[in-house]
Ligand binder design. Structure first.
Ligand code: UD1
Ligand code: CA
Length: 479
């Protein structure tokens, strides 16, 4: 027998009940598409080839796979004539396929790699031609039922709609996940008919046909029945998402992460979180986000493809493709956009937006500022309300704020402009020329005070009255 191992994933159906312009298997579940999760689960066991059967919206599925699962092959099933037909098409397109073939469904994303390992191991050890993964569930309505003899041997699968009363009482269901011997599968698929209530070619019939042809057929019962759950509509998708969330969160907590409120913490399967990280309620960690040891995130923070260094603190903020250095602090209410890179001990505070800019080690942008296309040197101070005017309506320009420099409040830095290391910008300046080291730049109108203006121009007003009383108080006694 060949030692090859491959996987065929059925994903040709549109998933009408999703009511979507997107095929069902491309719907997202904590960082991966549904089919992406299934492919991931098959990765370790299917050492040779992974094949996805596509049909409805095939181009969308192919494009997605090319981007997210390079090396995965597709086979086109023009018409969805049944699960048996789908596998038959795949085997016909791949005549050289041999050894063990795992079959799984693209819309059952909670399957674990370990379970597939167990399935294939049991299948190969027992020398079986077909091994079906089954689950014992409380409500088997709609599923295929596993019919066994008194000795417990698997006889066949019967679909719910084709089953009689006794068969319907069986709570062991077909998960639609199998391990087959490729040669036997080929041989038996040639024999299946459409003699069933749906008039489809049922893959499930291979179990009975293989057994009748004298091959060994068996089953592996899954420990955790949630692994075989499929998804037909968006309410079920939300249910799967909660189950996966709990799984991911439990694993993280066991690995030393504190989650204050696991039910409002949504961490993608693709994100990484180090030990002793504290995550407060209401956070999402998406995509390739990675949070290093000892950092504190939240409450109410969304991080997408963002790297957070150890011991950094991010409070009530939103970050996308940003990097937060070790021990840096962000928030509350900060917005880090793509290319925001905060150095060690840097601070970005309340109502500050940073885009495509480096904030050097120990530099501070504490309040109400916009920093775009800029390089801020180490330990520089960007005071409240500073705006980097990076866009002239046509092009973006770069701004430099040198190491240890101080930019006063409410200044606008009109790019491109270069403030050297160790320079000052006076508060309220509009800077459009470079500032050299050690210089103070003041770029604002001079203040002029006009004595007696209120009495002359606003006589009898509240202001005039207040001015009069203040002047009386300031007059030396006795005058
Ligand atoms: C199937 C099983 C049933 C099992 C259940 C578990 C059969 C006949 N029945 O039923 O025993 O309990 O899964 O969820 O196999 N697909 C194709 N091409 C086709 C038909 C289906 O790619 O021509 C894909 C679908 O997109 C889907 C998967 O195969 O991802 C399962 O097909 P579906 O029609 O949903 O089978 P069920 O009726 O759920
Ligand atoms: Ca189904």
């Amino acid at each position: 027998m060949s030692s090859e191992r491959s996987a065929i994933i059925l994903a040709a159906g549109l998933g009408t009940r999703m009511k979507s312009s997107k095929p069902k298997v491309l719907h997202e579940l904590l960082g991966r598409s549904l089919v992406g999760h299934v492919l991931r689960a098959t990765k370790t066991v299917a050492t040779d080839r992974r094949i996805v059967v596509v049909g409805a919206a095939a181009d969308q599925v192919r494009t997605h796979l090319a981007e997210h699962a390079p090396g995965v092959e597709t086979v086109y099933q023009a018409e969805q004539l049944g699960t048996g037909h789908a596998v038959r098409i795949a085997l016909e397109a791949l005549p050289e396929l041999a050894g063990t073939v795992v079959v799984a469904c693209g819309d059952a994303p909670l399957l674990r790699a370990d379970t597939l390992d167990r399935l294939v191991e049991s299948h190969e050890k027992a020398g079986q031609a077909a091994t079906v993964l089954t689950a014992v569930v409380d409500d088997p309505t709609g599923f295929g039922r596993i019919v066994r003899d008194e000795a417990g041997n698997v006889l066949r699968n019967v679909e719910h709609r084709d089953a009689d009363e006794t068969e319907r009482a069986v709570r062991e269901i077909n998960s639609s996940i199998y391990a087959f011997d490729a040669a036997v599968l080929r041989e038996q698929l040639a024999k299946i008919t459409t003699a069933n209530d749906q008039g489809e070619e049922y893959l499930t019939d291979v179990l009975e046909l293989a057994r009748e042809a004298g091959h060994a057929v068996g089953a592996v019962v899954v420990d955790d029945p949630t692994e075989v759950l499929g998804c037909n509509d968006r309410a079920q998708l939300a249910g799967l998402r909660r189950i996966l969330r709990d799984r991911i969160n439990t694993e993280l907590m066991r690995s030393g992460v504190t989650l204050e409120d696991p039910e409002t913490t949504w961490i993608d399967a693709t994100a990484q979180v180090g030990a002793d990280v504290l995550i407060r309620p209401g956070c999402q960690l998406k995509g390739a986000t990675a949070v290093d040891e000892g950092a504190e995130i939240g409450p109410d923070t969304t991080l997408t493809d963002t790297i957070v260094g150890s011991d950094a603190v991010v409070i009530r903020s939103h970050a996308d493709q940003a990097t937060v250095g070790e021990s840096a602090t962000v928030g509350p209410f900060s917005y880090l956009r793509p290319g925001a890179k905060l150095g060690e001990d840097a601070k970005v505070g309340a109502y500050v937006e940073v885009k495509k800019s480096e904030i050097g080690p120990g530099a501070k942008v504490p309040h109400l500022s916009y920093v775009g296309d800029a390089t801020v040197g180490a330990k520089a101070n960007v005071s409240a309300g500073v705006i980097v005017a990076n866009y002239d309506g046509v092009a973006k320009h770069h701004t430099v704020i040198g190491e240890g420099s101080f930019v006063g409040s409410d200044s606008v830095l009109i790019a491109p402009v270069d403030i050297a290391d160790g320079a000052y910008v006076a508060a309220g300046s509009a800077i459009n020329a470079d500032v050299a080291p050690g210089e103070l730049a003041i770029a604002r109108g001079r203040q002029a005070n006009k004595p007696g203006w209120v009495a002359a121009n606003r006589p009898g007003t509240v202001t005039d009255g207040a001015a009069g009383r203040a002047e009386d108080e300031r007059r030396p006694a006795g005058e």
